[in-house]
Design a protein around this ligand. Structure first.
Ligand code: HEM
Length: 313
């Protein structure tokens, strides 16, 4: 009897914490009021990726670009009528997967209206996309709140592809609190997906000496078709594996910010370790993603649960 009383008190406490809109994330945050959220997200993501496996990369990048600008608050999803929101920024020009998020949110609103934040949907979808592509599965906490601000100028926080290792360490380690191994593992997100030629133009124009000459020549040939032509990051660009790090060892990294990780003494040994040991890459990627998913969360009752991910309530 006493045990039952304690259990129900604990339950009330849990519900109370959620109702206050505490910024603290928790495992199974929607257990009471939207228990099928993870299943719904997973089903929609799996269906979408069966149709288009390249979308896994889009969903992962969407989460990264959300979290690095104003924290993980789905600000990247907001539309502006005058072309001044985050998604209008050139830095977000090729971000993909918005329609998958919309589809999930629509189902969730039908099942448990006004309950699940768009930011949580983005985080869960990225996690499921990584797993679908063959990467690690990690439990994530939920309870993020959606932001109400989305400004094109805030996307300055996104790292450009021309950064060298020192700059990357500044952005990820000094400014955001990641460890150097986490920075390298997160860059390993480029084990899936592709880049447009415009993102590696600097390397072609200057015949980048850090690129393997035949690889550079092949890139130049591909990119002669135009800036929007895409180049896969590694030879298995829909599979989440450690081939990205092997490509870096062979001087076949696509972006300056990729190849620099092998060419810099600060990170070279980490690249070698991940190229040799995929489990170590997966573990540090997981740790990095858990940290990324908790960047600059809204405090207390700040933010809202957006009903439509495209606009504030
Ligand atoms: C380290 C600093 C980073 C830089 C400078 C960077 C830059 C870029 C650039 C320029 C592209 C290609 C965009 C295009 O031309 O279309 C790209 C694609 C991508 N990025 Fe990053 N990125 C970084 C870190 C990350 C992180 C931390 C993740 C996730 C953990 C990530 C995931 C992706 C994915 C999956 C793609 C492929 C997207 C697709 O195929 O649609 N990136 N990134």
């Amino acid at each position: 009897m006493e045990a039952k009383r304690i259990a129900s008190l604990f339950l009330l406490l849990l519900i109370g914490m959620q109702m206050r809109g505490s910024n603290a994330l928790s495992m199974n945050y929607y257990g009471m009021n939207c228990p099928f959220v993870e299943m719904i997200v997973r089903n929609v993501v799996n269906q979408a990726l069966q149709k288009d496996p390249t979308l896994a990369a889009g969903l992962l990048r969407l989460h990264f670009h959300d979290c690095f600008v104003q924290g993980c608050d789905a600000s990247i999803l907001l539309d502006a009528t005058d072309g001044t929101s985050e998604k209008d920024s050139p830095a977000n020009g090729s971000v993909r997967g918005y329609e998958v998020i919309d589809q999930i949110k629509q189902l969730l609103e039908a099942r448990c209206p006004g309950t699940v934040s768009c930011a949580d949907v983005v985080a869960l979808a990225a996690r499921d996309a990584v797993f679908w592509a063959g990467g690690p599965y990690y439990g994530i906490m939920t309870g993020r709140r959606d932001g109400t601000r989305s400004r094109i100028e805030d996307t300055r926080a996104l790292p450009p592809p021309t950064l060298n290792t020192t700059d990357l360490i500044d952005v990820f380690v000094n400014k955001r609190g990641f460890s150097v191994p986490e920075l390298v593992a997160l860059s390993g997100g480029h084990t899936i997906g592709s880049a447009r030629c415009q993102s590696l133009k600097n390397r072609l124009d200057n015949a980048d000496p850090t690129a393997e000459p035949n690889f550079l020549q092949a890139l130049s040939r591909t990119c002669s078709a135009g800036d929007k032509t895409t180049v896969p990051f590694d030879r298995t660009s829909t599979t989440f594996d450690n081939n990205y790090f092997r490509a870096l060892q062979n001087s076949q990294g696509v972006l300056t910010s990729d190849q620099t990780l092998y060419n810099s003494p600060q990170t070279r040994m980490i690249v070698d370790a991940y190229a040799m040991n995929q489990a170590m890459f997966f573990y540090n990627f997981q740790q990095g993603m858990l940290k990324m998913g908790q960047l600059d969360l809204k405090e207390g009752n700040q933010g809202e649960i957006r009903l439509n991910c495209h606009k504030v309530n």
